[in-house]
Write a new protein. Structure first.
Length: 316
């Protein structure tokens, strides 16, 4: 009497993997075009993100450009000790944190505010014109913008002369950080509104209608309907931005800074490029880059944990 039961039970157990495999194949055939669209992104991350991670070993080796990673001797934490013993490294770290904090404080909420304002525009033609104007700087490289800014704020020919300033903001250590924050806001704030406008477009119109019936004005609609509806998008972007707190934009600072403002503008990216790469100290540069990545990962995990503790939905 027991043998049929065992056979039946075994058949059921053996059928489960086949059922799961069959379900996977059906799902694959159903969504195969989505997988094809994902393929370029997967290849990009494999080639430029995951495979280069093998180069982390250089941070623990006495690597020479003429040699090989496999032939270089291991030196442990030598390059990290050299990095942390350098006073210039701590100056660069301090500048990186300060500039990143300023950009997080002012540039992160700017696209949110601008998206809310654009959403309130009723004239569709005027709205599209405004969007085109504010999007345009994003597509201009920092090399071109740097030349424009140097010309515009020149003491001899630019705005600085019209305002009677004795020096250009690009040469003044007291205002250079603020100039970095303002110029990045002008360049990227329009493009940053794209995600928030898409999130606002997905808000259920019935919520607005119900709020209007209750007597809510436009400011109250924004405060009690729009902002809560896009809060998850804001939180996700904030978490991602926090993870990049030690990356403040190499292109912008390298184009705009000069020896007069090194003390306030030399960040980890420019410091690594100047000391690690131009001098051929590749293990030193790798150690500094690994330090940035580890700190960014820790901040990302901490911010995600903090957001979930506050009751919001994090990245995972």
């Amino acid at each position: 009497m027991n043998h049929p039961i065992k056979a039946s039970h075994g058949a059921v157990v053996n059928a489960r993997p086949r059922a799961r495999s069959s379900a996977f194949m059906k799902s694959f055939h159903k969504h195969k075009y989505y997988y094809v669209l994902l393929l370029p992104g997967v290849i990009y991350f494999l080639l430029f993100k995951y495979i280069p991670m093998g180069g982390i070993a250089i941070a623990f080796q006495d690597f020479k450009i003429a040699g090989s990673v496999f032939d270089s001797p291991w030196v442990g934490l030598k390059w990290f000790r050299i990095l942390f013993d350098s006073p210039d490294f701590w100056i660069a770290l301090r500048n990186t944190v300060i500039i990143s904090f300023y950009k997080l404080l002012f540039n992160f909420p700017a696209p949110i505010v601008l998206a809310l304002l654009l959403n309130e525009l009723l004239n569709g033609v005027f709205k599209r014109i405004v969007q085109t104007i504010i999007y345009f700087p994003h597509f201009v490289s920092w090399v071109v913008l740097g030349s424009i800014l140097f010309s515009v704020f020149s003491v001899d020919t630019g705005v600085a002369k019209l305002l009677g300033l004795s020096s250009s903001p690009l040469m003044n250590p007291e205002v250079f950080r603020g100039f970095l924050v303002g110029s990045e806001m002008w360049k990227e704030v329009g493009w940053g509104t794209v995600i928030y406008l898409a999130a606002i477009a997905g808000v259920n119109p019935e919520l607005y209608e119900a709020a209007r019936i209750d007597g809510a004005n436009r400011f109250q609609l924004v405060r009690h309907v729009t902002l809560p509806s896009i809060a998850s998008t804001i939180v996700v972007l904030l978490i991602l931005r926090t993870g990049q707190i030690l990356n403040v934009g190499f292109d912008q600072i390298y184009i705009l800074y000069n020896p007069l403002v090194y003390n306030v503008a030399d960040t980890l990216d420019t410091y690594v490029y100047r000391v690690g790469l131009t001098m051929g100290r590749f293990p030193f540069a790798t150690a500094a880059g690994l330090f940035q990545s580890v700190v960014g990962l820790c901040l990302l995990l901490f911010t995600n944990w903090l957001v979930r503790r506050m009751g919001e939905r994090g990245l995972w």
